[in-house]
Design a protein around this ligand. Structure first.
Ligand SMILES: NC(=O)c1ccc[n+]([C@@H]2O[C@H](COP(=O)([O-])OP(=O)(O)OC[C@H]3O[C@@H](n4cnc5c(N)ncnc54)[C@H](OP(=O)(O)O)[C@@H]3O)[C@@H](O)[C@H]2O)c1
Length: 436
């Protein structure tokens, strides 16, 4: 057999241990496929004393990640620490040292991806990150290798399994947002601090990475227009279902005919036959529209030890197949460094759904209609009803389905309504795009 691929692993936590477990479970098969032994030479973690779910030779463990990165006996660094620093420093050093890097770290890529990819190109090494977006769904390689004959027009996706689980549980188990979040935390789907998931930070990182790659734009996390799911109530989700829609945390990146890019993550009403509407629980899903292909739908496990290990292993095998010393072709998809302004808040929807709480004042419906029409927003339907809210008894609610409209016009109208006399304190109109 050929020379081994010598691997240095940084971070022996959830995914790091899952990677070793999956590698050992199928070692013979994987090595036969890539034609080389896959040798994990060193593993760095801050804590090398606590027993892990997999056993490794203790002599390869170290607390000094930098020494692993600098080790000349290592060909590839697998970064599974997470977060931006010190992961960025280790990845940059590894690339400068001429080592290939595999990472699952979307936060790092959404903050520094274009520079790190440029550095990898300069040093003639690879930076692979299949696990960073969509967990086990092979979306990065699909874009790079399978769709490289296409012009990508739009990516629409559910990229955060925790939010998708919460929204699914609320509906299926009649739960409030808070109860569904607590359930997700109990099952280990949500962190004790769930902010990154429920405020759409995690999904914003992922759509920034996808948009950069698919459209050749330098898109960073902070460029993504982002709204969390914390405002949604069980009644909102139920009302959407009655109208034939499912509420999902939807990430979108779209290139318009003038070459301008929109990137956003926000809750949206998806028509029940939209492919993403059927993605439930912790699953992730992606719809890619491209020419000449048309539409492609991918769905699968977006996180977890096993699924994420699958993606990291596929990157390692791709590196193992590179012939040592042979010149590397540049990747098909380039991400240039240099940000351009993006359009916000997001691609045009087929219309909007507004949910506005009132104190029952009989003028409210007329005021709402007036505010929308005077801001050039055409109304398809307006209804008033009484909702049983989670804890606060019955509430007067006005729902509006609008025709297609400019989002800034909708926002201007919502702002006026926020200040109305009949608007209960601390209640802001909820504005969700509708996708038919
Ligand atoms: N979990 C998932 O389902 C999933 C899915 C897709 C992608 N990812 C990505 O995979 C990466 C790893 O996630 P994870 O869930 O495995 O996180 P994790 O369980 O927290 O593992 C990270 C490990 O790195 C260690 N570490 C921290 N700083 C270090 C340093 N300076 N040197 C060496 N080790 C250090 C941590 O030690 P301490 O715990 O002692 O700090 C921990 O053991 C992240 O980028 C994450 O976004 C995760």
């Amino acid at each position: 057999m050929a020379e081994p691929l010598r691997i240095g692993l940084l971070g022996f936590g959830n995914i790091g241990t899952g990677l070793i477990e999956s590698l050992e479970a199928n070692r013979a098969l994987l090595e036969a496929r890539c034609g080389r032994p896959l040798a994990v030479r060193r593993i760095a973690d801050i804590d090398i004393e606590t027993p892990r779910p997999v056993e490794v030779d203790r002599s390869i463990l170290t607390t000094d990640a930098r020494s692993v990165v600098r080790d000349p006996q290592i060909d590839v660094i697998v970064e599974l620490i997470g977060g931006i620093e010190p992961a960025r420093g280790f990845v940059e050093l590894a690339l400068r040292e001429g080592k290939h890097v595999v990472t699952a770290n979307k936060a790092l890529l959404a903050a520094h991806g274009p520079e790190l990819l440029a550095l990898a190109r300069d040093r003639h090494v690879r930076l692979f990150f299949e696990a960073a977006v969509g967990g086990g769904i092979p979306v990065i390689r699909t874009l790079e290798d399978c769709l490289n004959g296409n012009r990508i027009e739009r990516i629409e996706a559910i990229l955060n399994g925790t939010c998708n689980y919460i929204l699914t549980q609320m509906l299926e188990e009649d739960m409030s947002f808070e109860a569904a979040l607590a359930d997700a935390q109990r099952l280990g789907y949500a962190e004790p601090d769930p902010t990154a998931d429920i405020e759409s930070i995690d999904a914003a990182n992922k759509i920034a990475v996808l948009a950069s790659l698919a459209f050749g734009f330098d898109v960073r996390y902070e460029d993504v227009w982002r709204v969390g799911i914390t405002q949604l109530t069980l009644q909102d989700l139920r009302s959407a279902i009655t109208e034939g829609y499912v509420v999902k945390q939807r990430a979108v990146a779209e290139l318009d005919a003038e070459g301008r890019l929109w990137v956003c993550v926000r809750p949206a009403l998806l028509w029940r036959f939209h492919p993403l509407a059927s993605v439930s629980g912790v699953l992730n899903g992606l719809m890619i529209r491209a020419t000449p292909l048309g539409a492609l739908f991918l769905s699968g496990p977006g996180a977890g030890r096993a699924a994420t290990s699958s993606a990291v292993l596929s990157d390692l095998l791709a590196i193992a197949r590179l012939r040592p010393g042979a010149p590397l072709e540049p990747p098909f998809l380039d991400v240039p460094v240099g940000r351009k302004p993006l359009l916000s808040p997001g691609p045009e929807a087929d219309g909007y759904w507004l949910r506005i709480l009132t104190d029952g004042n009989t003028e409210a419906v007329a005021d709402i209609a007036d505010a929308l029409v005077s801001n050039r927003v055409a109304i398809e339907r307006i209804t008033e009803s009484l909702w049983e809210q989670d804890h606060s008894g019955a509430t007067h609610v006005v729902e509006v389905f609008t025709a297609q409209a400019a989002e800034e016009d909708i926002r201007r109208a919502a702002h006026i309504l926020d200040d109305a006399d009949w608007s209960p304190p601390e209640s802001t109109p909820l504005v969700l795009p509708r996708v038919d």
